[in-house]
Write a protein that binds this ligand. Structure first.
Ligand SMILES: [Zn+2]
Length: 481
């Protein structure tokens, strides 16, 4: 299907690996394929217990004694398909298609993320006319589900200290830093009381907020539904006495919550004042934020009267905890104020039998930034009598002031494209974070050709960009004497 596309070898390998199902958790066969590829060319290959594959190649003539370069991509892909697609992506190969300009797969993800890295690396290792220093090719497993390959990797397998990660999705951008993260699970104890006669229930429901990725969308003025809800409850509470009897919101720490709802109890005679206060608060929010949240819907509803509700003191505390909690952008990058450096997202809100549970994801492109915000959040939670537990911590990849590899990448880019590349950071995780812990003092960059709509059946890869990015990579290798 792709035989007429250039670079011919890159697309040939891309087609070969596309014929092997290789979703996350299912990389055994593609790892086998890569090891066989190496063995049949007399290259040393290691496959570790996690199914990471490392292939070693000597430097070409004139580069025999150069410092090795690590070329890295991940073996696994995200398997998504349209509802109408009958394929079993565990066992059936994807069906490639092209119009000469783009490559895509019929009704499934393409796996350009990150199959193009594997295809580039195999094409380089297979050639006899590409000048390069010694190569340590690192093909990691299961990046998409938690970077388990990079996490389990033995750094002692590498001699190289400079690493080119090929898992970025925009030509012309060189990524030089990524965020690390930590999840904070917070529990506030709840105190209940019986609902007496003479009380009634009113509900507020928020839906249709944009939401989005808690890292890359955190600077896009998207409202957190939990905080909007808390603000509305706070305005009601300043008019009449209310008692929360139920409250719920998002279910993923890495997603900005786009809906939330609460049921409150109030005396029957205060009912209209309460509803008025809610409506006024809704008006205020709509006036201020309708431009950012055009599909927002905040409504009042009238549920059955529940048997129990929180005490007044506990109600106040929960409203305060949600309304005043640290959330959103905390700081921006020194070298690029457009880029977020540290942020957090209050993504989960669950009303349990004895406690209110909130789940946060803190992200930062620096270790110190992460530590500071962990301290701030945990002291806030402790002050309100809650309990905070940290888990799923992963390291950031910090910006290096001094990066000879970045300098070479920039020089080669200017020579080839006649302009400066964009040096950028991402406020999300890349394997470079974990790799910077495994390979001490590594000098790293991340690049890649234009890919669109990755992780969806609309994923597509630009053919001309694949070729230019490959040629760029070859010109960089040539400079790594
Ligand atoms: Zn990827």
């Amino acid at each position: 299907m792709l035989e007429n596309l250039k670079p011919e070898k890159v697309f040939r390998y891309f087609e070969e690996i596309s014929a092997i199902p290789h979703g996350s958790g299912n990389v055994g066969a593609i790892a086998d394929y890569c090891v066989k590829f190496a063995e049949s060319r007399g290259l040393e290959a290691i496959r570790d217990d996690h199914d990471n594959v490392i292939i070693y190649a000597d430097g070409t003539e004139g580069y025999e004694n150069s410092e090795p370069v690590i070329l890295q991509g991940h073996l696994d892909m995200v398997c998504e398909k349209r509802d109408s697609c009958p394929k079993n992506m565990e066992t059936d190969p994807i069906t490639l298609n092209t119009d000469g300009e783009w490559v895509w797969a019929e009704d499934t993800t393409l796996g350009g993320d990150d199959g193009i890295a594997i295809a580039y690396i195999l094409a380089i290792l297979d050639s006899d006319n590409i000048p390069h220093p010694p190569i340590e090719a690192l093909l990691t497993c299961d990046e998409e589900t938690g970077m388990y390959g990079a996490e389990g990797l033995d750094g002692a397998l590498f001699e190289g200290k400079r690493l080119i990660n090929i898992d970025s999705e925009e030509e012309g951008f060189i990524t030089v830093s990524c965020a690390g993260g930590v999840r904070v699970a917070c529990e506030y104890p709840l105190e209940f009381t019986e609902v007496a006669g003479g009380f009634t229930a009113v509900g507020v429901s928020i839906s249709g907020f944009t939401g989005g990725h808690s890292g890359v969308d955190i600077n896009k003025n998207r409202l957190n539904a939990h905080i909007t809800l808390a603000s509305i409850l706070n305005s009601v509470s300043s008019e009449v006495e209310i008692f929360i009897s139920d409250i719920k919101g998002g279910s993923k720490t890495n997603v900005i919550p786009n809906s939330a709802s609460a049921i409150i109890i109030t005396e029957v005679e205060n009912r209209y004042t309460a509803v008025d206060a809610i409506n006024k608060a809704i008006e205020l929010w709509n006036g201020e934020y309708s431009a950012f949240e055009p599909d927002a819907k905040i409504t009042v509803f009238y549920p059955d009267i529940p048997k129990k509700c929180l005490t007044r003191a506990c109600t106040d505390k929960i409203i305060f905890a949600l309304l005043q909690s640290p959330n959103g952008i905390c700081s921006v990058m020194k070298n690029d104020p457009e880029m977020v450096k540290t942020s957090l997202n209050m993504g989960e809100l669950t009303f349990g039998n004895n406690s209110l549970e909130l789940g946060y994801l803190i992200r930062s492109n620096s270790l110190s930034g992460k530590k500071l915000i962990v301290e701030k959040l945990c002291s806030f939670i402790a002050f309100l009598g809650g309990k905070a537990t940290l888990d799923s911590e992963y390291p950031s990849w910090e910006y290096r002031e001094d990066s000879p590899l970045r300098d070479i990448m920039v020089e080669a880019f200017k020579e080839m494209y006649g302009k400066e590349p964009v040096i950028t950071s991402i406020h999300a995780g890349l394997e470079c974070g974990l790799l910077s812990e495994k390979i001490e003092n590594a000098d790293m960059v991340s690049i890649g050709p234009d890919l669109e709509n990755v992780h969806t059946p609309d994923e597509r890869m630009n053919v001309a960009s694949v070729e230019r990015t490959f040629n760029y990579l070859l010109s960089v290798l040539k400079k790594l004497v």
